[in-house]
Design a protein around this ligand. Structure first.
Ligand code: ASP
Length: 323
């Protein structure tokens, strides 16, 4: 029998109900909101503008997120990402970043010094090596061998802040202030493919060698092109403990909306650390394949920026567990 399109659709429909794929089929009937880009914190707004240039011209989500996060990475006044990032307790600026595409390809660098755009090194790790993650000196050597320039990332302002900090040397991450904050960016392109990027200088005045959630695939970022994508910001140790971004995507796979998934993940942090969770910040951001999105945090003040055809780049504040 000749397989006509009609026949295929009929068989597809029968299979869908037989194997309860109906939700997927009916979801496909609703046109997805695309393209779309969403990113953490207020600085996400300027980053979204660059990402949108790629997305609105039918570019790939992967290129959009890489170029988008270049904005805060290269901005010396942003003290929590890339150039100008606050140093560790030894005065060294060490960067963490990762990137993931629609094919589950991923790349990551951790504790990387002297390179303004760690996200692009992470992409090179993904594309040019048999590995997922390079750290420290090995990551730097790889970057230099691939044409990245060695630069001093410690600005006079960040050095001054660090010199002030060493007088007391108290490591006290405070929720929502600029001594941390990661840019996590998620994008859905016109072909309905998802990618994500996450980049940070990590917690200010951390121990030298400390790595947070941001460069860890599954913790700071996770993308599953069938389901959705998630990213996080806040105290990385608590996100790693629950493998947060992977958890959010798996919760969406189980049928939760992006908003519900972020809320359940934040509540998991509370369950793990009932006392500590009162004074730290952790926030999640998620989108699904249909361009629905969600955000939720432990504390008030977790903002994110959204750019779509309907909402041309606006900053919102996420709801929070503690009011
Ligand atoms: N998650 C980052 C880290 O733990 C910091 C942040 O996003 O605030 O390094």
């Amino acid at each position: 029998m000749k397989t006509t399109r009609r026949h295929f659709l009929k068989v597809g429909g029968a299979l869908a109900s037989a194997f309860s794929l109906a939700p997927y089929f009916s979801k496909a009937a609703t046109p997805a909101t695309k393209p779309l880009v969403i990113s953490t914190w207020n600085f996400g707004k300027a980053a979204n503008v660059e990402a949108w240039k790629v997305l609105s011209t039918n570019g790939r989500a992967l290129d959009a997120v890489e170029l988008g996060v270049h904005v805060p990475e290269g901005d010396p006044t942003e003290t929590s990402v890339g150039l100008g990032g606050l140093p560790d307790r030894d005065g060294r600026v060490t960067l963490d970043a990762c990137i993931m595409d629609e094919f589950s390809n991923c790349g990551s660098v951790a504790c990387l010094e002297h390179i303004v755009h760690p996200i692009s090194v992470a992409r090179k790790v993904m594309e040019k090596t048999p590995h997922v993650m390079l750290v420290g000196d090995g990551a730097l050597q790889f970057a230099l061998a691939n044409g990245f320039k060695k630069e001093n990332l410690l600005t006079a302002e960040s050095e001054k802040a660090w010199k002030e900090w060493i007088k007391k040397s108290e490591y006290k991450p405070i929720a929502n202030i600029e001594n941390h904050d990661t840019i996590g960016m998620l994008a859905l392109d016109m072909k309905q493919n998802l990618s994500g990027a996450c980049t940070t200088s990590g917690m200010a005045y951390k121990m030298h060698g400390r790595v947070g959630d941001s460069p860890i695939i599954g913790a700071g970022l996770f993308v599953d092109n069938e389901i959705g994508a998630a990213t996080s910001s806040g105290l990385g140790e608590e996100v790693i403990r629950i493998v947060g971004s992977h958890l959010v995507v798996e919760l969406m796979r189980q049928g939760n909306s992006p908003q519900q998934a972020c809320e359940i993940a934040v509540k998991r942090v509370v369950k793990n650390q009932p006392e500590k969770s009162k004074s730290i910040q952790v926030g999640f951001l998620a989108i699904n394949k249909n361009g629905e999105y969600g955000a939720y945090a432990l504390q008030k003040g977790f903002t994110y920026a959204l750019y779509s055809n309907e909402i041309p780049n606006k900053v919102f504040e996420a709801n929070s567990y503690y009011k």
